[in-house]
Design a protein around this ligand. Structure first.
Ligand code: PEP
Ligand code: MG
Length: 322
């Protein structure tokens, strides 16, 4: 099987009828960029920047952050590198930030909420990202967005940082793209408005499934609910992807579901343009994408979207597996 996958190394990622799809990697630290490149990733679809913060004893400085982001940008040459701003809270704790204990941290003061409430601290990260954009195709991505205001506020901070870099005479990409994760039901429901303000979407199914189904991924007793095959989740994915594409922006997916072999034809049928997966899943994902024509994927997806239960969906996808 490994040898069969090696045939896909160095190849473009295209569907059965030759449509180009971007196949990129999720990484957690700058060294992972080497692993991604070794596995033939066409860029980085999610750099989880919180690991820089979690591995430190205090806030990483602008220069420290810049060095990490620049390293990934340089390693990926001209390929896209999507770096997500600090996604603190929920399952990701950073002791030195001294955040208050909350009864329900997954619904609390976290991610972009925390960052926008600490704009001076957020600007350090945004400035470091802008500086790195002079060395590659760096894009900024916002985590856990639920409102249009959050995107507008973050973009306003990016503009402030650009002005300050101009004053400092430091180079950056003036057209840097700013996009958002779609990983909450709220973001899914307002995807049309978000698309007006965002250069791209990346769907975070890990959180989207949990928040849509009200089911914690770590809780065995509700794991039957925590699945991408739930019709509620599939309808949300369809809506996000079709809305983003209709508005003319790139729609990717960086949650685990992007690497699910069974789901790939459905995502292709919805119009997903970018799959961001762990490095070891790259070649297998490229192979499966190449096996599906639009016509076949559409026919399967039409049947899948008529299923009433997750079990029916899964059985149908398994039967269709190549
Ligand atoms: C997601 O929620 O799907 C995602 C990619 O983000 P994380 O797993 O880091 O929460
Ligand atoms: Mg998430």
């Amino acid at each position: 099987e490994k040898a069969a996958l090696e045939a896909y190394r160095g190849k473009e990622t295209v569907t059965g009828d030759g449509e180009k799809v971007l196949l990129v990697a999720n990484i957690g630290n700058p060294d992972d960029a080497n692993v991604a490149a070794e596995h033939d990733a066409e860029g980085v679809g999610l750099f989880r920047s919180e690991f820089l913060f979690m591995d430190a004893k205090e806030l990483p400085t602008e220069d420290e952050q810049f060095a990490a982001y620049q390293k990934v940008a340089l390693r990926m040459k001209d390929e896209p590198v999507i770096i997500r701003t600090l996604d603190v809270g929920g399952d990701k704790e950073i002791p030195y930030l001294n955040l208050q204990k909350e009864d329900n941290p997954f619904m609390g003061f976290r991610a972009v909420r925390y960052c926008l409430n600490n704009p001076e601290q957020y600007k350090v990260q945004l400035t470091a990202l802008l500086r790195a954009s002079a060395f590659g195709d760096v894009k900024i991505m916002l985590p856990l967005v639920t409102t249009l205001d959050e995107v507008r506020q973050a973009k306003a901070l990016v503009e402030e940082c650009k002005k300050e870099l101009d004053e400092r005479g430091v180079a950056y990409n003036k057209d840097i793209e700013v996009g958002t994760m779609i990983e909450t039901p709220a973001a899914s429901l307002i995807a049309d408005d978000l698309a007006e303000e965002c250069d791209f979407f990346s769907i975070g199914t890990n959180d989207l499934i949990g928040y849509t189904m009200c089911a914690d991924r770590g809780n065995d007793r509700v794991s039957y609910l925590y699945t991408v095959y739930q019709p509620a989740v599939l309808r949300s994915l369809k809506r996000i992807i079709e809305t983003g594409r209709a508005k003319g922006i790139m729609v990717g997916m960086c949650g685990e579901a992007a690497a699910d072999p069974l789901l790939i034809p459905v995502l292709l049928s919805f119009g997903l343009n970018e799959f961001s997966v762990s490095a070891p899943s790259i070649l297998r994902t490229r192979k499966i994408i190449s096996e599906w024509s639009k016509e076949e994927a559409d026919a399967l997806t039409e049947k899948v979207m008529k299923c009433k239960t997750a079990t029916e969906v899964k059985v149908m996808l398994q039967a269709a597996q190549k």
